[in-house]
Design a protein. Structure first.
Ligand code: HEC
Ligand code: HEC
Length: 144
């Protein structure tokens, strides 16, 4: 291989990479509005009504399935679990799982912290992830 061939080889590779990076193939996934955004919105514009959901007792301002699912997906990611960890998946409104009842307590706690304590506009919100970091029971020691 002579120098010209190597030069054109490199040139073509660079152009192809540039095209891939600028195309949709390389788009980073958009971050979904998860629990932190939901809590922020609730504190800025309190809304005590729900028009979606059968038996929502601590979440307020839920008006669509998509909105509820953003919050629920926030929970599954923060705790590293699936929906069935908290729910009877044949009856999501049922409270039979202790984990769902515990989650209600946790939602109250987090809302309270964000409303009354960690509450400056430029501060990070406390969310389930702040403590759980992908574990259903938070680890108290790092790397363990
Ligand atoms: C960490 C526990 C937890 C996880 C994981 C979780 N949920 Fe929930 N879910 C709750 C709690 C707590 C409520 C009730 C909130 C309230 O009372 O305001 C709820 C409510 C719901 C409701 C409304 C039920 C009704 O009353 O009509 C649906 C639907 C639902 N969840 C679906 C899901 C789906 C789908 C997933 C998985 C993507 C999921 N949840 C994951 C805790 C959880
Ligand atoms: C201040 C830290 C903190 C925050 C914030 C927090 N949790 Fe927890 N959570 C804990 C601790 C600690 C435990 C473990 C208690 C124990 O030892 O059983 C726990 C336990 C749980 C459990 C029971 C798990 C099991 O296996 O029994 C659920 C469900 C849960 N949290 C849901 C949530 C959800 C949902 C949120 C956000 C709305 C949240 N937590 C936010 C500290 C936190």
């Amino acid at each position: 291989m002579n120098k010209t061939a190597i030069f054109y080889g490199v040139l073509v590779t660079v152009i192809v990479l540039a095209l891939i990076i600028s195309s949709d193939l390389y788009k980073l996934p958009e971050t979904k509005p998860m629990y932190a955004d939901f809590v922020t919105e609730q504190i800025l514009n309190p809304d005590t009504t729900n028009t979606y959901g059968e038996d929502l007792r601590v979440l307020h301002g839920i008006h669509s399935r998509a909105q509820l699912m953003d919050v629920m997906n926030g929970f599954t990611e923060a705790l590293g679990v699936q929906c069935a960890f908290c729910h009877n998946i044949n009856d999501f409104a049922s409270d039979e799982k202790p984990t769902k009842r515990m989650a209600r307590l946790m939602i109250r706690m987090v809302t309270n912290i964000d409303t009354h304590y960690i509450n400056q506009p430029n501060w990070e919100k406390v969310t389930c992830f702040t403590c759980h970091r992908g574990k259903s029971i938070p680890k108290l020691v790092l790397n363990k």
